[in-house]
Design a protein around this ligand. Structure first.
Ligand code: HEM
Length: 455
């Protein structure tokens, strides 16, 4: 006799758990290792316990596809995104349902090819500015922490894309406050048992102060812009956008949420990705040499860094793809179901947080040959199309797929081309970077490297 979903068993509960905080707590600090162990021991779907919440961990690409794509209508963002929502409000990353759909449709044109073509010159200029900066450090034999440098660079790129010019000082302050809020959000993820926001602890007061400063500055930029002529940047695009059906524009609060979302989503991910790219290249001289040869050949032949030309640096792109495989900046995504569901023959109770650890899929021996090895050749054009979209998905999957993926790829490609045209980056002797899987996959102790001039 057929059993109904309600009669199906819950996914297996692992024996391993923290005495007070349950089994989800085991993921803290050594997520990938624990996920690999749980998947090997209990299967492709596992129930985790976490105080007052239901959690399921999925490690099968079919299940990831089911949640993110096939049955996405039954799923909203998981509990972990609530921390982000405190900062990002109802922006694209954290909004839901018809409201999200309308905003996505409105904002999508800001990331179209034509817009990216216009942004290419600015990205080249910014990357060149950092080349000039690095030139002063080069060949001194002194190591520098490149992680904050890369954050400053990607922050500048995203500031220019959103606010173009005329708000440099304010944009700098926005950047600083966003970095602080980001750190607070990370601290919260690290310590979910922190006192709630309305209790005036020193942490909560600092967070509130940052948020207020940030909101004031962004509101000021928005209201000034409303009085000025429209500019050729994302902010003006967002201000000028009108809903197709109602003709309505976004109010200041919504603009603030969207600007903040793009600011944070567009910076944190790309800067971490770049830090890991420099690291992986420093450890893989063969791939580095191959990439440098491609860069030199094209630039020596007089190829200019226009949008279409940048995309033709095929091996640079493969290096990026392979780095995003080993160190995916968004290392995990999560969803919660509105209605009871069934995955892999198990019952998924209503409101279960389904954890989809992108990094597991990217590095499991089940799906990759020698997964620990850095081999950009895996992403050669003839092989790339054969890779399952839910085995390799650094930008997520389904309708909530990253809106800024082409922006990020273009930016990272330009930065790698200009950096490696001029320099090589060598890891500081004895320094071992550590990946910290929080909201994004950060290099916990920075990325200490020496900069060597190539020519
Ligand atoms: C290497 C760089 C990046 C990576 C790895 C990355 C990854 C992701 C992932 C995995 C998601 C899906 C989250 C989920 O399903 O819950 C996402 C969403 C998003 N990303 Fe990115 N991202 C990157 C760069 C960017 C950039 C440069 C921007 C903007 C300029 C951006 C803006 C967004 C936004 C707005 C969303 C939410 C989209 C929606 O729900 O409609 N990202 N990103």
């Amino acid at each position: 006799m057929e059993t109904t979903t309600a009669q199906k068993p819950l996914p297996p509960f692992p024996k391993e758990k923290h005495w007070l905080f349950g089994s989800a707590y085991l993921l803290k600090g050594r997520s990938l290792e624990v996920i690999k162990m749980l998947s090997a021991k209990y299967g492709d779907i596992v129930s985790l316990t976490f105080p007052m919440n239901k959690v399921a961990l999925v490690t099968n690409p079919q299940y990831a596809k089911y949640v993110l794509l096939d049955n996405n209508k039954n799923y909203r963002k998981s509990l972990a995104y609530d921390v982000l929502k405190a900062v990002l409000g109802n922006g694209l990353l954290t909004s839901e349902g018809d409201f999200w759909k309308k905003q996505r449709r409105l904002i999508q044109p800001a990331f179209h090819k034509r817009k990216l073509e216009e942004l290419t010159g600015m990205m080249v200029e910014q990357a060149q500015h950092w080349v000039d900066k690095f030139d002063q450090h080069a060949d001194t034999g002194k190591a520098t922490d490149l992680a904050p440098e890369l954050t400053a660079l990607t922050l500048n790129v995203i500031s220019k894309a959103i606010f173009s010019n005329g708000v440099e000082e304010k944009a700098e302050m926005v950047g600083e406050q966003i970095s602080l809020l980001n750190q607070y959000a990370i601290d919260k993820v690290n310590d979910p048992f922190r006192l709630p926001a309305f209790i005036p602890t020193p942490f909560n007061i600092k967070e509130r102060r940052s948020m207020k400063q940030l909101n004031d500055v962004i509101e000021d930029i928005i209201s000034t812009r409303r009085k000025e002529e429209s500019k050729d940047d994302l902010l003006s695009m967002l201000i000028d956008m009108r809903d197709e059906d109602t003709g309505e524009a976004m109010d200041n609060k919504q603009l603030r949420d969207e600007v903040m979302t793009i600011f944070i989503a567009g910076n944190e991910t790309s800067s971490n990705a770049l830090a890991w790219m420099l690291y992986l290249l420093s450890q893989n001289p063969e791939a580095e040499a191959k990439m440098v040869a491609e860069i030199d050949a094209k630039l020596d032949a007089g190829v200019e860094l226009t949008y279409n030309n940048v995309l033709e640096f095929q091996y640079v792109r493969q290096v990026i793809d392979e780095s995003l495989r080993i160190y995916p900046p968004a290392w995990s995504v999560g969803r919660r179901n509105y209605e009871e569901d069934e995955i892999g023959g198990y019952r998924i109770q209503k409101n279960t947080n389904v954890l989809i650890p992108i990094m597991y899929f990217h590095t499991s021996e089940k799906f990759w040959d020698e997964p620990a090895k850095f081999k950009p050749e895996r992403f050669a054009p003839e092989l790339r199309n054969k890779i399952d979209r839910f085995v390799y998905f650094p930008f997520g999957g389904g309708p909530r797929f990253c809106i800024g993926n082409n922006f990020a790829l273009l930016e990272m490609q330009i930065i790698l081309i200009l950096f490696y045209r001029n320099f090589r980056f060598r890891l500081k002797e004895g320094f071992v970077p550590e990946a910290e899987p929080l909201i994004t996959l950060r290099p916990k102790t920075g990325m200490w490297m020496e900069i060597e001039r190539r020519k």
